[in-house]
Design a protein around this ligand. Structure first.
Ligand SMILES: Cc1cc2nc3c(=O)[nH]c(=O)nc-3n(C[C@H](O)[C@H](O)[C@H](O)COP(=O)(O)OP(=O)(O)OC[C@H]3O[C@@H](n4cnc5c(N)ncnc54)[C@H](O)[C@@H]3O)c2cc1C
Length: 379
């Protein structure tokens, strides 16, 4: 068992890795630079992978396992007194925005029913609603083609969950350090991490640097092709509404709505591939996100535009996470590349990376081969 673990990156993945190492009783230091554009700080928080239409097949069994692990994690954090996470089962409306989409709703219904039968969590019994019934659940909505109601979909507040994981880690003895972590390599092992002049000894290292992971890979001589994909996401306020239980709104398109208590409506998000490390709010991004939000829910036109958040999603070339031991290195474990799904997958990936750093084998029923870092080693 590794005695001293260092985790670089304090977003959802690294915070979870640190929490799980600390919970096991080993010594761990979490190093985070708190870059502007941290994806976790901007993430929407939809926890319902069974509603996604685009990912590769390998995504689903892993995502289902990740989401199924959420309740136990929340129980552990609660027992640790780690604070609120914003996790809540609020359900989802999968809407048809026009007549063409209305014709495809039966197809979507069959898909979700089949996924649920195959074990997809966070869907529940699919029920068809007309526009009035959908609007009774989410008043500003327009759903002229009707909607499917998926009662078990959940959402989480990424910032709160990240902070709860960090707090939980500290309660189990972890050290949290703010700074720039640079791995120190000797042969095929990392022996430590330099943090702004301070040297931390390490028996094992977890790389959870989000969109910035490529630089860490370079420092280690490991090809880690993770690119930033900017997402701009709006926070709107409806001061006279209690929105804590409103469902998530998704559909055939990428944009979505979800709510948090106190009239907060979150509308996202742009997917700006090729954005580089540029965490600015842009006129075009806000225009696009607002146009899509008001298209889905015209009743939001009078809401206050309270905040725009910007996050850099850590995108891998095939859209799947990169999870496992770094090729050619003995004691370095990679947990990155979670793209648009890191709030769903990240806590689980962090737990798995913690286990690897501590010398444990991953659960035998989980096929991690599609996520192996080796798939990119050859360039
Ligand atoms: C607009 C938007 C909406 C999203 N919505 C959802 C959603 O609904 N559901 C979902 O599942 N996912 C969603 N995501 C995706 C999710 O937020 C990300 O996949 C996830 O947060 C990535 O977490 P991470 O820990 O890998 O990276 P990050 O959260 O980006 O954290 C990486 C951290 O590493 C630090 N770091 C990097 N290099 C170093 C170094 N050398 N030394 C020290 N620190 C370093 C950075 O400063 C940063 O703090 C969304 C993302 C965005 C942007």
């Amino acid at each position: 068992m590794s005695e001293r673990v260092v985790v670089i990156g304090g977003g959802i993945v690294g915070a979870s890795a640190a929490y799980h190492v600390a919970r096991s009783g080993a010594a761990v230091t979490l190093v985070d630079r708190a870059d502007l554009g941290q994806a976790t700080a901007a993430g929407a928080g939809i926890i319902a992978p069974g509603t996604s239409l685009r990912p590769l097949p390998a995504f689903f069994p892993f995502a289902y396992a990740a989401v199924a692990a959420y309740p136990a994690l929340l129980d552990h954090l609660s027992a640790d007194g780690a604070g609120e996470t914003g996790y809540r089962t609020v359900g989802a409306l999968f809407v048809a925005a026009d007549e063409v989409e209305a014709k495809r709703l039966s197809e979507a219904e069959a898909l979700f029913t089949e996924r649920r039968r195959a074990g997809a969590p966070n869907l529940g019994d699919v029920v068809r609603l007309d526009e009035a019934a959908a609007r009774a659940l989410f008043p500003p909505l327009a759903a002229p083609g009707g909607a499917l109601h998926l009662p078990d979909a959940a959402r989480v507040d990424g910032r709160l969950l990240r902070d709860a994981l960090r707090r939980g880690a500290e309660r189990h003895g972890a050290t949290l350090l703010r700074g720039h972590g640079q791995p120190v390599l000797e042969g095929d092992r990392v022996t430590g991490v330099r943090v702004d002049g301070q040297m931390l000894a390490a028996d094992a290292l977890v790389i959870a640097g989000g969109a910035w992971s490529g630089d860490l890979g370079e420092a280690l001589g490991v090809r880690l092709p993770v690119a930033p994909q900017r997402g701009q996401i709006l926070h709107l306020d409806l001061p006279d509404e209690e929105t804590a239980d409103w469902p998530i709104v998704v559909g055939f398109v990428d944009h979505y709505l979800l709510t948090f208590p106190g009239g907060r409506v979150v509308a996202g998000a742009t997917r700006e591939t090729g954005s580089g490390f540029d965490p600015r709010i842009t006129a075009g991004g806000v225009h696009q996100a607002l146009g899509q939000a008001l298209g889905l829910a015209p009743g939001l036109a009078g809401a206050t535009l309270a905040e725009v958040r910007v996050g850099l999603r850590p995108a891998s070339p095939d859209g799947l996470p990169i999870l496992g031991r770094a090729p050619g290195l003995h004691n370095v474990y990679l947990a990155t590349g979670h793209g648009p799904s890191g709030l769903q997958l990240g806590p689980f990936s962090g737990a798995l990376a913690a286990g690897m750093a501590l010398g444990a084998s991953p659960p035998p029923n989980l096929d991690l081969a599609p996520f192996a870092p080796e798939r990119f080693a050859a360039g």
